[in-house]
Design a protein around this ligand. Structure first.
Ligand code: URP
Ligand code: ZN
Ligand code: ZN
Length: 489
């Protein structure tokens, strides 16, 4: 036997990146890709990828893991269960949240979530910092310190009673990010409209889960996007708009980007594959499909696909927000809650890639390269994990998924490994499934079995990167040349 040249070789697969697609072997050493070629020398381990697609590991840039909700319940996953679920679906990096609530010290919040992730994660991870209590010390001391420690995104809610920050505080947070260099991600919906509609629906007895959709009138998305974009333009601060659900929302983003603004946007599988009709189930069953913003119509789905095709939306993240359909989660307010008392969120960290693979690769919608771009390359670039993550290239981490493009899987409750026990996609059959998943060169899932130990995932320290760099277009009111000399930055 010739001496092994590599720790591992993934041999004879069809390799795809966001731009290319070719037959090759991949040689791995010390966790990184060191060779891409034909007939590479032997590896100490060999993975036969003949007849398979070899793609970069997915990056899920929006997942709530082991997180305390606004209503005070911890969601149904630990870092071990959520990241194991992610790995089974081909995701090797996750950006989740360190979630401050009112009264919490942000430095301590980050220490707490870091400890949970360090103990449980089986894939690599980074954090977005949720700012719900932007006190002076949070803004002036903690945010700059944490950005300097490698947490280069802040997350803000414009709705939810106990999380939303209001316009003035939103400006404070955008300005703090501009000063220290961070991207600001936003859950942008008009809080007043949601509260107003929710109250009226409940008062008149419309309390079933299906009324959740009407309680988030579609205009509340475009209104909040416009307001947020106005603020971001005013302060010259790049933003990421989370979970776009409406055609009007896509339109607002397209117009802002058309004016050259650094407005990035994501959508999620629930807005591509579900509609409001999914919530219309007997009794409380519809709670399993309740998330915010709610799934809309097939016309919105088409507009969102078009937004992805044109590049107006750059990412498809899961917004994994898992609550079991029992008293620990969806039914924590008792057996007969109104829709306002039911936790918002869906499990999705495992099926994000298989659902998109089925639609984009197996059924041809936008194609293989765009699948890689949306699920791995674009999140790596926007969140500054590139070039270490997000592609198959020499020098990159060997985060690799070997896909069986022909395997059919019929989804059912209990098939996925997160902590909810259900999937909103039960009954669908998907074509294409990960055969083998490598994280930094180590096999972490093979033949549907987890081979990684909890705690083997690594923290990814990030600076802000190109996406978060301001345009240097000062608003007239903030520009000393045009505001009679007032120095406000
Ligand atoms: O319904 C959802 N998406 N829950 C999670 C929190 C959020 O809004 O992102
Ligand atoms: Zn949200
Ligand atoms: Zn979310």
């Amino acid at each position: 036997m010739p001496e092994a040249t590599f720790d591992c070789v993934v041999r004879a697969g069809r390799v795809a990146t966001a731009v290319d697609d070719f037959a090759a072997d991949i040689g791995i050493k010390d966790g990184t890709i060191v060779a891409i070629g034909r007939n590479l020398g032997p590896g100490r381990a060999e993975i036969d990828a003949a007849g398979r697609l070899v793609l970069p590991g997915g990056i899920d840039a929006h997942a709530h893991i082991e997180q305390l909700s606004a209503a005070g319940i911890v969601n149904s996953d630990t870092f071990a269960s959520a990241t194991s679920s992610a790995a089974h679906g081909g995701t090797t990096t996750v950006i989740c949240f360190a979630a401050q609530h009112v009264g919490m010290d942000l430095m301590q919040v980050v220490r707490d979530y870091s400890a949970l992730a360090k103990k449980g994660a089986v894939i690599d991870y980074a954090f977005h910092l949720i700012i719900a209590d932007p006190t002076e010390v949070t803004i002036k001391e903690h945010i700059p310190a944490l950005i300097a420690q490698g947490h280069a995104t802040l997350k803000v809610f414009m709705t939810y009673d106990r999380l939303q920050v209001g316009d003035e505080k939103l400006l404070d947070i955008l300005f703090a990010a501009r000063k220290s260099g961070a991207l600001v991600c936003v859950h942008a919906e008009n809080h007043g409209m949601i509260t107003w509609m929710g109250k009226r629906l409940v008062e008149k007895g419309y309390i079933a889960p299906k009324y959740h959709t009407a309680s988030h009138p579609r205009g509340c998305e475009a209104e909040a996007f416009n307001r947020l974009i106005t603020f971001a333009e005013f302060l010259d601060q790049p933003i990421m708009i989370f979970h776009v659900s409406t055609a009007e929302g896509v339109d607002v983003i397209r117009r802002a980007r058309g004016r050259g603004l650094k407005v990035f946007a994501e959508t999620c599988p629930q807005y591509l594959f579900m509609t409001a009709q999914d919530l219309d189930k007997p009794g409380l069953e519809g709670a399993k499909w309740m998330c915010s913003p709610p799934p809309r119509t097939s016309t919105d789905q088409e507009a969102i696909w078009q937004g992805l095709a044109l590049g107006d939306l750059q990412l498809v993240s899961s917004d994994h927000a898992p609550y079991a359909f029992d008293a620990s989660g969806k039914l924590s307010a008792g057996p007969s809650p109104t829709f306002k008392q039911i936790a918002n969120g869906l499990p999705g960290i495992e099926l994000r890639l298989p659902l998109l693979f089925d639609a984009m690769v197996s059924n041809g919608r936008l194609g293989l390269n765009k699948f890689v771009e949306l699920t791995a390359t674009a999140p790596a670039k926007i969140y500054n994990l590139w070039p270490r993550k997000g592609s198959i290239a020499i020098g990159a981490d060997a985060d690799i998924v070997v896909w069986d493009p022909n395997r059919k899987v019929t989804l059912a409750d209990g098939v996925t490994r997160d902590g909810t026990g259900y999937t909103p996609y039960a009954g669908r059959t998907l074509t294409g499934w990960p055969d083998c998943v490598l994280r930094r060169g180590e096999v972490i899932v093979r033949a549907d079995r987890l081979e990684a130990k909890p705690g083997s995932g690594a923290f990814l320290s990030r600076s802000a990167g190109e996406a978060a760099r301001p345009l240097q277009r000062l608003a007239a009111d903030l520009d000393p040349v045009r505001n009679f000399g007032a120095k406000l930055y």
